[in-house]
Design a protein. Structure first.
Lengths: 418, 108
């Protein structure tokens, strides 16, 4: 009789021939077993070439410093949509939508500058009271002494409400934003609704129609301080609505950027604290650690698993010869565990000396435009949690999504003791 | 050692002796001066060590050259002014003894 097979990821990671390791397999992230594969690459082959992997042939950049090199040389490592954009998935040409994240300077700079004022310090201050009010309401509505899904009740609800503010989107229709966001990033092999690029485009077509309506409404009114109004009234983007593919590209960027990432940090942070009770206790004893805990949560979660570039010139990276046209993947989730750049990287420590020194927001010209807003939401959430709940208990391990791009948690059952 | 004065957005001033060869950013970070985050560690890749150069020093320090990485990163920083620089791109020399920089709103 066969004993149940026990899969040991460390054994597999270190016994697989190096050139056969494929860190693009979304199962590694869904099953939360990716760690030893990246550990081996960082030690033995930090700039690693995988020929004919699940997502084609690509270079994996796994160390913090090498990722920084790629980030700071957009003239060599392009984000251009037509070359493949920012994700390891090579979509058919007709589905490659441009947006400012998948553009290089100088066009990238012009479009990004239009939306960045929404997260300027003064405006963040204005938004903080609205955010706190909502956080209080959501937390006060949570059940005591019964199991519920933290993702649905807290993380999705709060981040979707945030999106309604950023877009001035009808609040009663907010679940559409979550749906579009999830459809935009879904892996077509994940077994969900989006099983082809055509299907994805059909669903996102509804988003495009809805936002085109909002655009015309806002363009006809004086400039307001929401993202659609800002795009409609700015010189660099005032004709964006006439280029539906690029309009949709930018919408998807702003919806996903403002949603998925913070959602998963809201869940991942609670998971990290539940798995590290001594740190959770440290936090309860000293809530003034929240501002340094939040960037540590964002490092720990690494909400974006990777970003992709395409080399447009021959170059050298970590001793390897990269050729023009090669696909180069920066694994943020690995760089964030690089012991040469981060002290005790495999430990979750809420009072690090330099907690912001992590890759989760990217670096260089494409660095996350909303990074301070994301931090602010998480800070307010944890301030209000600590005021209310001495502890929140993990009932079951989180259920994770099948994706090598979004480090996502679909469900996490928790209980707040009565 | 050259002395540099860092003035927080709220007006609090910090006088720091910074060794020659370090950057203006390191002078603040190594001494826990609030208002300069330097998330990227000095790679000119995050624009969180943004400072305003005191008028008396602007000629000597200069502005970033057009098209440089620094100019590009600064163009995404919030609340920039005509005297904005990224402090990780300014090397400390004896000639900078007495330099005064101010920090913008929004850096920690």
């Amino acid at each position: 009789m066969n004993a149940p097979v026990h899969f040991d990821p460390a054994l597999d990671a270190y016994s697989t021939p190096l050139d056969q390791i494929d860190v693009s397999n979304p199962r590694l992230f869904q099953d939360d077993v990716y760690y030893p594969y990246f550990e081996r690459l960082r030690r033995e082959d930090p700039v690693h070439y995988r020929k004919d992997g699940m997502y084609g042939s690509f270079w994996s950049v796994t160390k913090f410093k090498d990722i920084m090199t790629v980030e700071t040389h957009p003239e060599i490592y392009s984000s251009e949509a037509k070359l493949g954009g920012i994700s390891i998935t090579d979509r058919p040409m007709e589905f490659r939508r441009s947006s400012f994240i998948s553009m290089d300077p100088p066009r990238h700079d012009e479009q990004r500058k239009v939306v960045s004022p929404i997260v300027a310090p003064g405006n963040l201050n204005n938004m903080s009271s609205v955010i706190r009010e909502r956080v209080c309401k959501v937390l006060d509505g949570l059940p005591r002494g019964e199991t519920f899904d933290w993702v649905e009740r807290v993380s999705i609800e709060l981040t979707t409400l945030m999106l309604t503010t950023l877009f001035d989107f009808p609040i009663e229709e907010r679940s559409k934003l979550t749906y579009w966001s999830d459809c935009a990033t879904a892996d077509v092999n994940a077994g969900g609704v989006v099983d082809s690029e055509q299907k994805r485009l059909e669903i996102l077509g509804e988003a495009l129609r809805t936002f085109t309506g909002l655009w015309h409404e806002r363009a006809a009114r004086p400039a307001g301080f929401d993202l659609i109004s800002m795009l409609a009234h700015s010189e660099a983007t005032k004709n964006l609505v006439n280029d539906p593919a690029e309009f949709l590209g930018n919408l998807v960027l702003l919806i996903v950027g403002g949603n998925d990432t913070t959602r998963n940090s809201m869940t991942g942070g609670l998971w990290a604290l539940c798995k590290h009770p001594a740190e959770y206790q440290k936090l309860r004893d000293n809530p003034s650690l929240i501002p340094s805990m939040v960037p540590e949560i964002i490092r720990w979660q690494s909400p974006i698993v990777h970003m992709r570039r395409t080399a447009v010139a021959d170059t050298e990276l970590g001793g390897k010869q990269i050729k023009a046209g090669d696909k180069v993947v920066m694994w943020y989730i690995s760089g964030n565990r690089d012991e040469d750049s981060i002290d005790r990287p495999d430990a979750f420590i809420i009072d690090r000396a330099r907690p912001r020194h992590h890759l989760s927001f990217g670096f260089g010209v494409h660095r996350c435009v909303g990074n301070r807003l994301a931090e602010m939401q998480l800070i307010i959430l944890w301030e209000e949690i600590l005021k209310r709940f001495p502890r929140i208990e993990l009932v079951a391990e989180p259920r994770r999504i099948y994706s090598n791009f979004i480090h996502g948690i679909a469900e996490m059952k928790v209980c707040i003791p009565a | 050692m050259p002395k540099i004065t860092y003035i927080e957005h709220n007006g609090t001033a910090h006088e720091i002796q910074v060794p020659v060869g370090k950057t203006v950013m390191h002078g603040a970070v190594d001494n826990n001066v609030p208002g300069i985050d330097a998330d990227c560690g000095g790679e000119c890749a995050c624009a969180t060590c943004h400072v305003y150069i005191d008028a008396a020093w602007l000629d000597r320090i200069g502005l970033p050259t057009a098209g440089s990485n620094e100019a590009s990163m600064l163009s995404f920083a919030a609340v920039t002014q005509s005297d904005s620089r990224l402090s990780c791109q300014i090397d400390v020399t004896d000639a900078l003894d007495g330099l005064v920089v101010r920090m913008p709103e929004g850096q920690h």
